[in-house]
Design a protein around this ligand. Structure first.
Ligand code: P6P
Length: 330
């Protein structure tokens, strides 16, 4: 029984899909996220909203907060004895658990600070995570142990650091939203059983890439923009937050379709968003809330990764709109 107002700890204790170790792992992630939320909120005071003068494995300029958020996640997660290894957007190789700590039965992939180009303009950013079972044998965890399809995730979630700090979580039995109560420093259940409307009139895409899009996306967006005067016979609204966590949260609340499709500019790298710690966890959440998540050619959660930082095209959100755009790709 999920009761609004209950803490995430109570929610996990009451769930029959979560054992004590998975519960502790999730709570540790939330503790790290609370620390990251505080760093984000105070970034201008701390003077850390700028660049770190370093490039990450993605070839992107790292923000100081990217590095600090990654360090917070690694520090909290290394010490609990529940993980066999980790993958972070900010680190090229698999992150081993230091020999001074015991290992555990799970693997975790995370983007410690998604949307970090929003930090210095005070817009929403977030942390995305995906939890898998570690291999049962006792060999040293390698890259191959992370190359699982999204269907093998046992838990996925994200925190969005916005006007409210929120935790969105799925353990395979629906999607639940928790709001950080600054007075108690507890995440409390405010959005039980989140469900995405099958229809929408709101699309999210970076329009500045239009000249690079493939024909199916060109057609779909042109129809949305034609609105009531075109074949869709209804007007559409557009949003673009440059922060996947903010887009996905909006879609969970009121529906919508979010697209970062393949385009000529990024074709050689396979897309923009990363499979293991962006597309897969968000797809798990979207599907658990009744939505659809596709590359345009296949279900995201069925894609077998070939590297830990693999990128994929992403089209996700309200079922009937994603299905329509996927049909244009056929
Ligand atoms: P663009 C943030 O860097 C991110 O990975 C997603 O959170 C977001 O949806 C997208 O990239 C924004 O990309 O090209 O608009 O900066």
């Amino acid at each position: 029984m999920t009761v609004k107002g209950q803490s995430v700890q109570q929610f996990l204790q009451n769930s029959d899909k979560v054992n004590a170790s998975l519960s502790q792992l999730i709570i540790t992630v939330t503790t790290a996220c609370k620390e990251i939320a505080d760093l984000v909120e105070r970034s201008s005071i701390l003077g850390v909203e700028g660049l770190a003068n370093s490039i990450n494995v993605q070839g992107e300029d790292q923000k100081q907060l990217d590095v600090m958020s990654n360090d917070v996640m690694v520090e909290h997660l290394s010490a609990i004895g529940l993980l066999d290894a980790m993958v972070s957007e900010e680190i090229e190789d698999v992150i081993d658990i230091p020999s001074s700590y015991s290992k555990g039965e799970y693997l975790i992939c995370f983007d410690p600070l998604d949307g970090s180009s929003n930090i210095d303009i005070n817009l929403s950013v977030g942390t995305i995570f995906s939890i898998l079972h570690a291999p049962k044998n006792n060999h040293k965890t390698s890259v191959d142990d992370f190359l699982k399809t999204g269907e093998e995730q046992i838990c996925a979630g994200f925190c969005v650091y916005g006007p409210s700090t929120m935790l969105i979580l799925t353990i395979g039995a629906g999607v639940f939203g928790f709001t950080l109560d600054k007075e108690s420093s507890e995440f409390v259940l405010t959005h039980p059983d989140m469900s995405i409307p099958e229809n929408t009139a709101e699309f999210a895409i970076n329009m500045s890439n239009q000249r690079y899009w493939e024909p199916p996306v060109q057609r779909y967006i042109a129809e949305c923009i034609a609105g009531i005067d075109g074949s869709r016979e209804k007007n559409f609204n557009m949003r673009w937050n440059a922060s996947m966590v903010a887009e996905v949260y909006r879609i969970l609340v009121r529906g919508g379709i979010f697209m970062y499709p393949i385009d000529k500019k990024i074709a050689q790298q396979g897309g923009k968003l990363r499979l293991l710690y962006e597309a897969n966890p968000m797809s798990f959440i979207i599907e658990q809330a009744g939505g659809v998540s596709s590359s345009g050619k296949q279900r995201i959660m069925a894609i077998k990764p070939d590297s830990i930082h693999q990128r994929v095209p992403v089209i996700l959100g309200s079922k009937n709109e994603v299905d329509r755009l996927v049909s244009y790709h056929q």
